[in-house]
Write a protein that binds this ligand. Structure first.
Ligand code: PMP
Length: 434
């Protein structure tokens, strides 16, 4: 294999490290768990990323979710260009925000009212505040290995088994901020029930990633989400589905539609901005009516509902609504990727497990089934690291961590999937598990 030329990325990384922690503006980009030099991306189009050294990669990150149509689809580009003529931000109400809210409500009717914010972190932080305001309760339940952004209350150390008092997972988070965050085990309803038995009248909400996509990809077992719904109803707590990854990706109406579970509140993120910075939270009218200026739950944002972001997001969402075949195609390609990887692993005794659903997939370097965080942590991250760099050098850009999802877009074709499988085959034939 010819060595990839990355001198420009290396030089930029050196400069970046002087001025930004780890040389980046979000930790996983620093390749901290796989080592090596992060590639500095100059541009992206369709299914490809181009770095500062002119290397081309098949992109399996898709900006961590929003690029369902691939990068810079012409329709979104044109819509954004048109909006640029009209201004970047007004700090005042726009028709675009009304259209966005109407579209989301039309697609996901249980989102009766909503509020736009600027990131998934903000969406979750605000939804939890609304849930606490509505119920008058303080405690919240999250699941080990689920990520809900970096708000203080969400940065709780994932322990083994059920934990009764959350310990901050980051310095700078006062113990008081996580003291009311309880952790349960994904795919384990007993662990949820146990927490409710312990605090029957103190839990405001359960927040869950309907498909856990921040510990690799862990699919909810049959009845898991419905079971959480029932427990919440029994104890008067709210259910928040964090659809930052799954919303409008799993299928048009996301996990709400796919699993047929109706949450009280939903959080969305980057996907509704089509690549621009956006988030949103919404749900039952009586809860959302508590949000300022109508009610006592305060939440605001200067750039919220930004017109450029709304225009980009609306264009992509409308396209997805009009083209259901996109979901069949990304599902078909991802299925081909997963079954191809499974076949390679079988042939080479690769000791790996493939998880996935729709356009989300993960190759775990553990032979055991992965159904929760404890299982995911059994993965051999040193082997993943070798695999990651081998694949990167061959021009396949995966999330630089064992615990990130593989995202396939509608711009990918069988040609790219088969090339990636060919490279994976070469890796496993050289690094077999035996
Ligand atoms: N929730 C989930 C499920 C996420 O995956 C993420 C980040 N990918 C967030 C919340 C936080 O979103 P953001 O990075 O936009 O703050």
């Amino acid at each position: 294999m010819e060595q990839m030329h990355i001198a420009h990325s290396e030089a930029l990384y050196d400069r970046a490290k002087e001025l930004m922690p780890g040389g980046v503006n979000s930790p996983v980009r620093a390749f901290q768990s796989v080592g090596g030099t992060p590639r500095f991306i100059q541009r992206a189009k369709d299914q490809y990323l181009y770095d500062e050294d002119g290397n081309v990669y098949i992109d399996y990150i898709g900006s961590w979710g929003p690029m369902i149509l691939g990068h810079n689809p012409d329709i979104v580009l044109e819509a954004v260009r048109n909006q640029l003529e009209n201004g970047l931000s007004y700090g005042a109400a726009t028709a675009l925000e009304v259209e966005m809210a109407e579209l989301i409500h039309q697609i996901v009717p249980c989102v009766e009212m909503m509020r736009m914010v600027n990131s998934g972190t903000e969406a979750v932080m605000s939804a939890v505040r609304a849930a606490r305001g509505f119920t008058g309760r303080d405690k919240i339940v999250k699941f080990e290995g689920c990520y809900h952004g970096h708000a203080d209350a969400m940065l709780v150390k994932a322990g083994s088994g059920v934990m009764t008092a959350g310990i901050p997972d980051s310095s700078g988070v006062p113990k008081g901020c996580t003291a009311d965050t309880l952790s349960a085990v994904y795919n384990d309803l007993d662990s949820v029930e146990q927490l409710f038995q312990q605090y029957p009248e103190e839990i405001a909400c359960v927040i869950v990633e309907p498909v856990a996509a921040n510990m690799g990809v862990v699919v909810p077992e049959k009845g898991f989400l419905q079971g959480i719904r029932q427990i919440c109803d029994q104890y008067g707590a709210l259910l928040i589905l964090d659809e930052v990854i799954t919303g409008f990706r799993l299928q048009l109406d996301g996990a709400v539609g796919h699993f047929g579970v109706t949450p009280d509140l939903v959080t969305y993120g980057k996907i509704i901005g089509g690549g621009m910075p956006v988030g949103a939270y919404g749900g039952r009218r009586e809860i959302m009516q508590l949000v300022a200026p109508l009610g006592s739950v305060y939440q605001a944002g200067t750039l919220s509902g930004n017109p450029v972001a709304m225009r980009a997001g609306l264009t992509q969402l409308r396209y997805l609504q009009a083209h259901p075949e996109v979901y069949h195609q990304v599902g078909f390609l991802s299925h081909r990727l997963r079954s191809g990887l499974e076949d390679i692993i079988r042939r080479h005794h690769g000791n790996c497990t493939v998880n996935g659903i729709g356009s989300l997939s993960c190759l775990y370097f553990t032979p055991e089934p992965v159904r929760n965080y404890t299982d995911a942590k059994k993965a051999d991250t040193a082997r993943f690291r070798e695999y990651f760099h081998f694949m990167l050098d061959e021009g396949n850009y995966f999330g630089p961590s064992q615990f990130e999802a593989i995202f396939v877009s509608n711009a990918h074709t069988l040609r790219e999937i088969d090339k990636t499988l060919g490279d994976a085959d070469a890796f496993f034939s050289a690094h077999s598990g035996n």
